[in-house]
Design a protein around this ligand. Structure first.
Ligand SMILES: [Zn+2]
Length: 207
């Protein structure tokens, strides 16, 4: 075990665990999270920190670029499995797609391969899911070149993931019967500000 990991674990056990015995006794019996968060694997985006949640509060699925595969993409994907379990078995009440600024996945969509650099074949394959966000962003940039292409792509990718959630029959059903709501957040890594997507007006609102 490396010191950096052991020191962190010992601190957690002595402090957070030590001060929250009741919570951990309850968690030992099962989980009942109210929210699922689908976010990017990026190390700067930690949903439990950003939402100030405790263990047991949020059910998290992380992947490169906070992507949601379309429902009919039956490839045994872990995000799809996590969605199904969260909505159908755990009956969570909210799904948040948590996107973020300076997302490497969105930037990689525009990357031109350079000779000699490592070939990221799994990343490239996964990022095919984000291609519609790139297409929409190029159109948007064509109309207004003053926009920031990173932010435009991150926000279009967020909207793509939200739209794809609606292709899942059990998500539609849970929303129609009032069990669940879906939300889209774009989080600024440098300022901690968020912009929330308003699906009625199709605009982002600063919070
Ligand atoms: Zn990212």
């Amino acid at each position: 075990m490396e010191k950096v990991h052991l020191d962190g674990y010992n601190k957690f056990k002595a402090e957070f665990f030590g001060n929250n015995k009741e919570l951990f006794d309850k968690l030992a019996k099962g989980q009942n999270p109210h929210t699922m968060v689908i976010t990017c694997s990026d190390s700067r985006v930690q949903p439990a920190t950003i939402l100030s949640t405790n263990p047991g509060d949020i059910f998290v699925a992380e992947n490169i670029g906070n992507a949601v595969p379309p429902y009919d993409t039956m490839v045994g994907d872990s995000t799809q499995a996590a969605l199904e379990y969260a909505v159908v078995a755990l009956k969570i009440q909210h799904i948040i797609i948590l996107a973020h600024s300076s997302c490497g996945a969105c930037a990689h969509l525009y990357h031109e391969p350079v000779e000699g650099e490592p070939h990221l074949k799994h990343v490239d394959k996964w990022l095919e899911l984000l291609q519609p966000a790139k297409d929409a962003s190029l159109l948007e940039m064509y109309a207004d070149k003053n926009k920031n292409i990173s932010e435009v792509t991150e926000k279009n990718n967020l909207k793509l993931s939200l739209n794809r959630l609606m292709t899942y029959p059990y998500i539609r059903e849970a929303m129609d019967n009032g069990q669940m709501k879906i939300h889209g957040w774009w989080y600024n890594v440098g300022t901690a500000k968020v912009e929330v997507y308003d699906q009625a007006t199709k605009t982002f609102r600063k919070k």
